[in-house]
Write a protein that binds this ligand. Structure first.
Ligand code: ZN
Ligand code: ZN
Ligand code: ZN
Length: 490
């Protein structure tokens, strides 16, 4: 049958088998001839109804049709001593089913009481009545199954909860399925329970107590609540819920690593986090929407859906080239475009924030040019300060008429208004893609400078202005050194 045959050996066994005509050892002489071991095995396992009406094992062969012992005259011991059934025997004159039953009873008997616990009897019946007793014995005699059933035999109570306390394994779930099938355990929504168990473990991966509480609420009030409203949790729901929580934990842990939290989340954080990781991070959209609704995250933030092939991030070489183009444009690029470009290329700032700068935010001294961007102050080392010095010396850029008293660094075409960020982006697009450059810069900064400094540079946590200035100059002194060292730098 399923056993692979050895190659034939016509020299050793010159007379072929009467049934398969192959040269193997003859193990029985039956009315239709000498039978090889393979055909003998198969004959013992052939079951059905003989032409005479007898139902059972049909080892004989009459006109190519299986036949019972009586009709064919085949002599074969297939009478179980224990149950009297006609079947292939396993050992001790007993059939496979009887042997299986003994094994099951033995395993499920509580040794202290000498009986099978009444609540386990339906399970015993189920195991004994497995359709294929031979594969049943093979399964049950595996070490881990044997151990599992022995434990079960002495378990004080059989409930879903007591099962849940046993180590998670396929055996556990298989036996649980049998117990449910036979009415010992009530039916329950397995995927919902599995999700609960999974999420309890997932919480351990959140590396900060405040965030753990947020994730706990997200699971409880979003995912589990939805699952409770379903008749039965589908596999798709189960997998999606796992993925959404996994990504949310990833985001929160990342924020912790950058010295901030969900309440301090900004669009820059989100863009950077998204740009740094795999595309699956966009799944965080679900969590973000929930967090905003739950007032755990600031409103107005969004995960930007990336279209395929537009993973907008300027690589390191592209950034260096863009910076070189900006710095060495030699009069072809206006000073104000150079000034804005530097803030994007070196500091990853957004066009919106740059457009809003006033001269109150800029300090030009003989040694240093510093710019206040939100809560942080950044210092521009040579040669990054040159366009800013030039702009400070001639801030009008030919728009003086519309701006008699204005304080805007980047003046717009409308009187009294600063430049529109979109307009600034368009102007700079001749030099580079501002979004790609910003994301690329954020990405590079995290590689170059200590995380604490980057957190400051990007405005992750407020601290004293002096420290900003000192720390951030260190950060981009390092950055500039790297730019100069790189082969594409001058
Ligand atoms: Zn044969
Ligand atoms: Zn018959
Ligand atoms: Zn039997």
């Amino acid at each position: 049958m399923s056993r692979p045959r050895k190659p034939e050996d016509p020299i050793r066994w010159p007379v072929p088998c009467a049934r398969c005509s192959q040269h193997h050892q003859t193990v029985a002489r039956w009315p239709d001839g000498g039978i090889c071991g393979y055909c003998y095995q198969q004959a013992k396992r052939t079951k059905g109804t003989c032409a005479c009406g007898h139902e059972g094992v049909l080892p004989g062969l009459i006109d190519e049709q299986p036949a019972c012992r009586q009709c064919s005259g085949v002599r074969l011991n297939i009478d179980c001593e224990a149950c009297g059934a006609e079947d292939e025997l396993h050992s001790g004159g007993r059939c496979w089913s009887c042997v299986l039953a003994t094994v099951v009873d033995d395993l499920l008997t509580d040794p202290s009481r000498g009986i099978v616990a009444p609540e386990l009897i339906p399970l015993a019946t189920a195991l004994k009545s497995m359709k294929r007793a031979n594969s049943g014995i093979t399964w049950i005699q595996q070490k881990h199954v044997t151990a599992f059933l022995r434990n079960l035999a002495v378990a004080p109570k059989i409930t879903h909860d007591s099962f849940d306390e046993l180590p998670d394994s396929r055996t556990r779930e298989y036996v649980r399925g049998l117990l449910t099938e036979h009415g010992v355990l009530p039916r329950r929504d397995e995927l919902r329970i599995r999700y609960e168990n999974w999420s309890a473990q997932a919480l351990d991966r959140v590396n900060n107590p405040e965030n753990r509480d947020i994730i706990r609420r997200y699971i409880r009030w979003h995912h589990l609540r939805r699952m409770n409203q379903m008749d039965e949790v589908t596999r798709g729901t189960f997998l999606r819920a796992k993925q959404q929580v996994t990504v949310a934990i990833d985001l929160l842990n990342w924020l912790t690593g950058h010295g901030t939290n969900l309440a301090g989340l900004t669009q820059t954080h989100l863009d950077l986090w998204q740009a740094e990781g795999p595309t699956t991070r966009r799944i965080a959209e679900h969590f973000l929407k929930w967090a905003i609704k739950a007032k755990a995250a600031p409103a107005g933030l969004a995960i930007i859906p990336h279209r395929r092939g537009t993973s907008a991030k300027l690589d390191k070489t592209g950034q260096d080239e863009a910076l070189n183009r900006v710095l060495h444009a030699g009069g072809q690029v206006e000073a104000r475009d150079q000034a804005a470009a530097i803030l994007i290329l070196v500091f990853g700032q957004q066009a919106e924030n740059i457009a809003r700068l006033t001269w109150d935010d800029v300090a030009v001294t003989e040694e240093l040019v510093t710019i206040q961007l939100g809560t942080i102050q950044i210092a521009l080392p040579d040669p990054l300060d040159a366009p800013w010095r030039e702009l400070a010396a001639n801030p009008g850029h030919n728009l003086t008429a519309s701006h008699p008293n204005t304080n805007w660094v980047f003046r717009g075409t409308s009187p009294g208004r600063h430049i529109h960020p979109g307009h600034l982006t368009t102007r700079l697009s001749k030099l580079f893609s501002t979004r790609a450059a910003r994301l690329g810069t954020l990405h590079e900064l995290t590689k170059l400078a200590p995380v604490a400094i980057i957190a400051e540079t990007l405005g992750y946590s407020p601290t004293t202005i002096e420290r900003h200035a000192v720390d951030s100059s260190a950060a981009y002194a390092q950055y500039m050194a790297a730019v100069r060292r790189s082969p594409t730098g001058r």
